[in-house]
Design a protein around this ligand. Sequence first.
Ligand code: FES
Length: 202
Amino acid sequence: MSAQEDQKTGGLSRRDFLKLMGAAGTGLAFAPFVPWGNFMPNPSSAALEKVPVELPDGSHANINNYPINHAEVITYPKTGDRVLDEEAFRKWQFIRLPEELGGDRQDVTAFRAYSMVCLHLWCLWKYWPNEGRKRGECPCHGSMYDPLTGIAFIGPASLQAPPANVLPQLSFEADTDGALWIAPPVWGVNQNGVVGFGRYIK
Ligand code: FES
């Protein structure tokens, strides 16, 4: 830990600090690390609007044509600022589940969006659709994530105590045309989770 980080966290290790703040159950836990204020004037505000699930090609994701067993990187929340939008904490794996996990359903239950920030040491994991994989894998130390639940089931992240073994997720809504929208999240461990920290499974 750098001297600067040490100063910010009052001498606690980063992980201890995060655990402490997570225990406080507040999305503001990451205030020292993430410039929430740059894009969320009030992170606890219920005034956040639902926004389209925007794919990397700029199109609006739709239940009727998004492939089964497929993932793309989406950015949330978007600011319009190219540099800010590249932050790891805004990156999510938008997954349509494989058929055997319900990916063929024509509703929002076929979809997941999990934070790409691995719960171990914050590398970026991704979904692998290949036969025999069909799971999230982190390239750094081998943590693997269940696409159905976001639970780490192998590797160092799987050994961490809840909520640090379950990925934060976004919630969806669909309109009558099948277009998918991200519902305003609540950044708390008992709701959508806290990016880089985790989520309790209800
Ligand atoms: S950072 Fe992902 S397994 Fe260590």
